[in-house]
Design a protein around this ligand. Structure first.
Ligand code: NAD
Length: 293
């Protein structure tokens, strides 16, 4: 049976490293890294995510502020709000929690964020930089998956990787990161014919769909590394990923649990990006460590 790729433990290690960097910024530069989260409306899941992010920031000594705005807030007001955060010296990272109400153009809001404060890595400048290997920030979820893969100690170069899902925030950047790391990469999505044909070739499989139990053990190559990004709320109230853990863990060599796999890594990468932004503001570090050859 598969070994557990323990995102919770790996994220805790990474958060400890971030805490040390925060302490150094305070001692050497008198600077406290700050993050601002804008949340519009009252989606219950979003509120939980935002609270978790803010708590994680405070736990490592960062400043965090949450700006809850009513669902009927206008686009113009939101844009002005983001411009003010761009100009605020105490803020090094700006997040707009998704999803947004229907009348809001979310992409326009993201493009209004200063790319140097876009710690989610969703701005076109950062996604474009991902192609050339020079983004200011990588999107947190796929970057967290790369850190998990690194943890297995299994080299990625030359391997066959399959990503299921082609969203701008997970699937597509995930595919690019795997290509950069040397994997021969296939991106599957809702139009893919015969998903199992593709998944059975995968030495590394990343599922980012949002459909519980989509990937079963019989769809895996024996010994595959399986990373489950999906978060699905079941009828019984429990959380499940896109991968059927029971059958998949019989075939895989490594597998992430849900919860406790990719989710904690996403938050840890967000902390890392914000600390990095603050380090740049303080003139520490070159940012060279963000390059992918
Ligand atoms: P999305 O809805 O934007 O994209 C889903 C993708 O799945 C689409 O590209 C679609 O083409 C593909 N798809 C749908 N049905 C399919 C099928 N039957 N076969 C193959 N592909 C199919 O979602 P997203 O924002 O990329 O998120 C994906 C999942 O990951 C969701 O469950 C989300 O909650 C979760 N998520 C988790 C984290 C985390 O931190 N763990 C972060 C972001 C998203």
């Amino acid at each position: 049976t598969a070994r557990i790729l323990d995102g919770k433990a790996i994220a805790a290690e990474f958060r400890n490293e971030c805490a040390v960097r925060v302490q150094r910024l305070k001692e050497e530069k008198g600077l406290v890294p700050g993050i601002a989260v804008v949340i519009v409306g009252d989606d219950p899941a979003s509120k939980v995510y935002v609270r978790n992010k803010a708590q994680a920031c405070e736990a490592i000594g960062m400043h965090s502020e949450v700006h809850p705005l009513p669902a009927e807030t206008t686009q113009a007001h939101l844009l002005a709000f983001i411009h003010a955060l761009n100009a605020a010296p105490a803020i090094h990272g700006i997040l707009v929690q998704l999803p947004l109400p229907k009348h809001i153009d979310g992409q326009a809001l993201i493009e209004a964020i200063d790319p140097a404060k876009d710690v989610d890595g969703f701005h076109q400048a950062n996604l474009g930089g991902l192609i050339t290997g020079h983004p200011a920030f990588y999107p947190c979820t796929p970057w967290g998956v790369m850190k998990l893969l690194e943890h297995t100690g299994i080299p990625i170069e030359g391997k066959s990787a399959v990503v299921i899902g082609r969203s701008n925030i997970v699937g597509k950047p995930m595919g690019l990161m795997l290509v950069h790391a040397g994997a021969t990469t296939t991106i599957c999505h809702r139009k893919t014919q015969d998903l199992a044909f593709h998944t059975r070739q995968a030495d590394i499989l990343v599922a980012a769909v949002g459909k519980a139990g989509l990937v079963t053990g019989d769809m895996l190559k024996p010994g595959a590394v399986v990373v489950d990004v999906g978060i699905n709320r079941l009828a019984n109230g429990k959380l499940a990923g896109d991968v059927d853990f029971e059958t998949a863990s019989q075939v895989a060599s490594w597998i992430t649990p849900v919860p406790g796999g990719v989710g904690p890594m996403t938050i840890a990468m967000l902390l890392g990006n914000t600390v990095k932004s603050a380090e740049r503001a303080a003139g520490l570090g070159t940012g060279a460590e963000t390059r992918i050859a």
